[in-house]
Design a protein around this ligand. Structure first.
Ligand code: ARG
Ligand code: GLU
Length: 726
């Protein structure tokens, strides 16, 4: 007996030591109970209370959702907002012309009045969060199917939104966690006057571009600066030239001390979506079926775009953001597949399923869970052909071309007429007419056609014919499967793909407009396609996915019940999370060990004069040559980026990396390629997030851009005594 107790103690001590593995995206409100102890043991000096507190300014008050998909943080008492260059990209690009090329040359507002308004951009702060599970699930019966349950949940959600206490200018957001087992309500403040303050040239902010994207070692100064403006009462408001910089409840001081391997780090932000609790079968589908479809179609798109962008500067500007977006996910999926393979990820999923089944079978109290995994697997296998086709359709006809936008414009107008009447329809049609330039600014019909024809060919050759819509089959027959000829006619015969004819179309009154649209070949094409998709593919997927959602919720709850020793974190859902880890390198493959930090030296090693990805600005070369790093260098080097074992995902871009004292040490912008499978299978051996060193950001602002007033606005701190180094 005694011996057993001792063994148990030893084993649990041992497992406590190895338990920390960087995995987890935790809810700020639960840090105290779940994570604080571990965080402190790893070097955190502040408390969970300093991170999330609704009664005083805490770290969370400096963390801002930037637009819909990125994170940013407040770094001065005048709400200077730091995010990634690639998060600000759309706003930098939309203010770029051939004359004022902010992408190429960078931009720095010299005075407040030069800060550029960004219509449509929002900055969202979290005021508080609260568990509302019992209210949302009130009256929901366990036996209900997913549809019925969802209706009741929606109804309860709408009701609750009306009664949760909040100020007039605040909003409520209610989100589901643990696959629908728990619900939290967030009171948020959405600021709508956010202005562009500064960004380095692309040759710094996007250095290495798509070749280096997702890759370590990295040398990208991926940052840009914005500012939140508020009305005279310091409250959220629409843009007005009378607005003033928002005075935040908290802002992050910036650490000048830098980092070393082993240092505690945490990343605070809005991770978008992960699926960590998939069964082996579901993961396999992702890796072996869906990713390959997406990757191979995007291979084609990217080759075509690359060819044209390298050949012509205007095309490069036009397609830069689109290319980056398409390439980004493409490369991530490739890395995901690679990482699953090298870490035997599916094998690990298999073992997890087996462990679950074993525990369930061993305990009669769990008899309800007996078939969960098996039933899920069955549904996933039924879903597979439909899910695969859906990806094929989406990649071929939606995600990689602009053509679809022209159809969607008309579709939206049609819905407006049906839903909101002729007056609103006319107003919207008029708006479209006024904004018509926007549809053509970054559209090159010849390039779009080349992509469309190439994707269509692959679609037609590889898709199961049973899932190809008849209209397309017939059309292609008419053209003898000459994909380019079909494409050319489709684009040429439509009035929507040409500025003048689209303008003429939008100038018609409802009746004439409708007749014209309905006779348009492009309209007919997408209408047929969408009709087929909605009735055959999406509907099947939806039915099966409803059943899957139901089982996934039960599976999640069962996992938590049968593995009480494990701490479960909810999958990412674009809500505020904390993840923590350490500064550490990794061992990506045999014979290779990566260090945790890079310096400006690496920029010069990668420098290719005139190259579109690896050119280096003259000024930066000069600073390097003279080692003119101001107060930002360390031991004669200019630190640039570092990696750590923080569990991040898309949406964490622009998140602050914070030290044990709550200071900003870096800016999250990427993950290492081999570790992008952390969205389905975090593995501590190779999953690392990539951050720009805060000192490099300051160095670029101050020494490179000559904008020291921005640094003056910040609070620089020196939390670590410099160790004397030889
Ligand atoms: N991989 C990063 C993320 O997922 C950066 C993407 C932007 N950079 C680029 N070269 N495309 O958002
Ligand atoms: N670049 C990503 C983003 O935009 C962050 C990298 C990741 O996916 O971890 O959110």
């Amino acid at each position: 007996m005694k011996l057993r107790t001792i063994i148990v103690i030893i084993v649990s001590l041992f497992s406590y030591r190895i338990v920390f593995c960087g995995e987890g995206m935790w809810l700020p409100i639960l840090l105290k109970s779940l994570n604080e102890k571990e965080m402190k043991s790893m070097g955190m000096k502040i408390s969970a209370d300093d991170i999330y507190n609704i009664n005083k300014g805490s770290l969370k008050d400096a963390i801002v959702q930037f637009g819909g998909g990125c994170t940013s943080e407040i770094i001065s008492n005048q709400s200077l907002l730091l995010t990634n260059h690639h998060c600000g990209y759309g706003y930098i690009q939309s203010n770029t012309t051939l004359e004022h090329n902010y992408l190429r040359d960078g931009f720095w507002a010299q005075v407040r009045s030069e800060e550029i308004p960004c219509p449509g951009l929002t900055a969202t702060l979290i005021v508080s969060m609260e568990d509302v599970t019992s209210k949302i699930l009130q009256g929901v019966d366990k036996s209900w199917d997913e549809n019925k349950r969802r209706n009741k949940v929606d109804e309860n959600t709408e009701k609750l939104k009306l009664v949760l206490p909040k100020l007039k200018d605040q909003d409520v957001l209610i989100r589901s966690f643990y696959n629908g087992n728990q619900y939290f309500a967030f009171i948020i403040e959405v600021f709508k006057d956010v202005r562009f303050v500064g960004a380095p040239p692309e040759s710094i902010g996007k250095f290495g571009s798509d070749t280096d994207n997702w890759v370590w070692p990295r040398h990208t100064g991926d940052f840009s600066l914005f500012r939140i403006y508020a009305n005279k009462d310091n409250r959220p408001a629409e843009y007005s030239k009378d607005n003033k910089p928002y005075t935040p409840k908290h802002f992050l001081p910036v650490s000048m001390s830098g980092v070393e391997t082993g240092d505690f780090t945490m990343v605070f932000g809005f991770p978008g979506r992960t699926t960590e609790y998939l069964t082996e079968e579901a993961s396999r589908q992702q890796i072996e079926v869906l990713n390959p479809v997406r990757i191979s179609l995007r291979d084609k798109t990217l080759k075509i775009l690359d060819k044209h962008m390298r050949a012509d500067e205007r095309t490069k500007i036009q397609y830069a953001a689109k290319y980056a977006g398409i390439a980004n996910a493409w490369k991530k999926w490739i890395g995901e597949n690679l990482g699953m393979k090298t870490t035997n990820g599916l094998e690990k999923k298999h073992r997890a399923d087996e462990e679950f089944k074993k525990r369930v079978n061993a305990n009669p109290a769990y008899s309800d869970y007996k078939n969960l995994v098996q039933d899920l697997d069955f549904l996933y296998r039924r879903l597979e052909p439909f899910a695969k086709s859906r990806e094929f359709y989406a990649e071929t006809f939606n995600r990689n071309i602009d053509l679809v936008n022209f159809y969607q414009l008309q579709k939206r107008l049609m819905d407006t007429y049906e839903g909101r009447g002729e007056a609103t329809f006319n107003a919207k049609k008029n708006d479209a007419l006024i904004n018509i330039e926007g549809y053509f600014k970054n559209f090159n019909s010849a390039i779009d056609q080349e992509i469309f024809a190439a994707l269509l060919e692959q679609f037609h050759k590889e898709m199961n014919p049973a899932f190809v819509f008849n209209y397309l089959k017939d059309e292609l027959k008419k053209y003898n499967n000459n994909y380019m000829a079909f494409t050319k006619d489709l684009y040429a015969s439509s009035s929507m793909t040409n500025k003048d004819s689209l303008a003429a179309m939008l100038s018609l009154d409802y009746k004439a407009w409708m007749d014209k649209v309905k006779a348009d070949k492009l309209w007919i094409f997408y209408d047929e396609l969408n009709y087929y998709l909605a009735n055959d593919i999406t509907k099947m997927c939806g039915d099966l996915e409803d059943q899957i959602a139901d089982l996934k919720r039960k599976h999640m709850a069962a996992l938590m019940e049968v593995m009480p020793e494990k701490k479960f974190y909810p999958d990412a859902n674009s809500t505020l999370r904390v993840t923590y880890g350490k500064v550490e390198g990794y061992h990506p493959r045999d014979g290779v060990q990566y260090l945790a930090q890079t310096t400006l030296d690496g920029v010069m090693e990668k420098y290719i004069p005139g190259d579109y990805e690896f050119d280096v600005p003259k000024k930066l070369q000069l600073l390097y040559k003279n080692k003119d790093y101001g107060i930002y260098g360390e031991d004669g080097k200019m630190p640039l980026a570092f990696i750590g074992s923080n569990h991040t995902t898309g949406g964490n871009s622009g998140s602050p990396a914070i030290d044990g004292q709550g200071n900003l040490i870096g800016l999250n912008f990427d993950r290492v390629w081999e570790g992008t499978m952390s969205d389905i299978n975090y593995d501590p051996s190779i999953c690392r997030n990539i951050m720009v060193d805060a000192r490099y950001i300051l160095f670029i602002i101050d020494k490179f851009a000559g904008a020291p007033w921005l640094v003056k606005e910040m609070q620089l701190v020196y939390p670590k005594k410099k160790k004397s180094k030889k």
